[in-house]
Write a protein that binds this ligand. Structure first.
Ligand SMILES: C[S@@+](CC[C@H](N)C(=O)[O-])C[C@H]1O[C@@H](n2cnc3c(N)ncnc32)[C@H](O)[C@@H]1O
Length: 243
């Protein structure tokens, strides 16, 4: 069992934080259409509970979703039984020939199973480039520094009908990392179960990421929105096209 996005946090992410994927989805579909990619296989890296994958299936794309979290993949399989999902890491999973690759919701930032290194994404970008059809798209969003004022720890919470989540965030600019301590309480009968996870992310400069993609052969656009959906502070969307 993966240490991250265990069953309670996977459930809470699905019911309480799915708005990000729901708001991004119409603009992502429009991007695919505007690049004449109106059918075929889309590989969704870090697919989570399959919210975006469901939009793809409803629009008649085939979907192959990959996520490190067994609990997330279980939710995705329940949501869309006809799609293919695999528990695996984006750093090692084979990427089949496809029309598009997506990684929505900071997927590339997580340091769950790879070492801290600002070039660690380059081999993933190369494998995606090799898998994409000519004219294919790679769309993702990435976290930059700037969510938390320097030298401070931010604390916040969110609650739902049967859960509460408390989040503490800290950015270390010397290592370009963000640490999130996440405490969940989920109702189980008349009790609330407490689980704690610590998520570490590598922060990136989107201009540097764009240069890495261009050197591989992608044509790149960096945006602060997916269509009308304005991304939260310190996030950038990247639309990379294999020309
Ligand atoms: C914030 S969630 C976003 C989920 C989904 N894309 C969405 O928009 O709802 C980030 C997801 O990335 C997954 N993830 C992080 N690092 C990963 C890795 N190395 N390989 C596969 N999945 C990873 C996590 O397990 C988690 O499900």
């Amino acid at each position: 069992m993966s240490h991250w996005y265990q069953p309670d946090l996977a459930y809470i992410h699905d019911v309480g934080f799915g708005d990000y994927a729901h708001q991004a989805a119409p603009a992502l579909l429009a991007q695919l259409q505007s690049h004449h990619l109106s059918s075929g296989l889309v590989v969704d890296l870090g697919c989570g509970s399959g919210i975006w994958a469901e939009y793809l299936c409803q629009a008649d794309y085939q979907v192959f979703g990959v996520d490190l979290s067994e609990a997330m993949i279980e939710l995705a399989r329940t949501r869309i039984p006809q799609a293919e999902f695999r528990v695996d890491s984006i750093f090692t999973t084979p990427i089949p020939a496809c029309q598009a690759v997506t990684a929505i919701g900071e997927v590339l930032n997580y340091l769950f199973d790879s070492d801290r290194n600002t070039s660690r994404l380059v081999p993933v970008f190369q494998r995606i480039f090799a898998a994409l059809t000519s004219g294919g798209l790679f769309i993702f969003d990435i976290v930059e520094p700037g969510q938390v004022p320097p030298e401070t720890i931010s604390q916040s919470f969110r609650e739902g009908e049967d859960w509460v989540v408390l989040v503490e965030k800290y950015e270390d600019l010397s290592s370009m990392t963000l640490t999130r301590r996440i405490i969940t309480f989920r109702q189980d009968g008349s009790f609330y179960r407490k689980v704690e996870e610590v998520h570490k992310q590598q922060l990136y400069d989107s201009a540097e990421i764009a240069t890495q993609l261009q050197q591989i052969g992608f044509q790149v656009q960096v945006l602060d929105h997916y269509g009308p959906f304005q991304l939260p502070i310190a996030r950038k969307a990247v639309i990379a096209c294999k020309r």
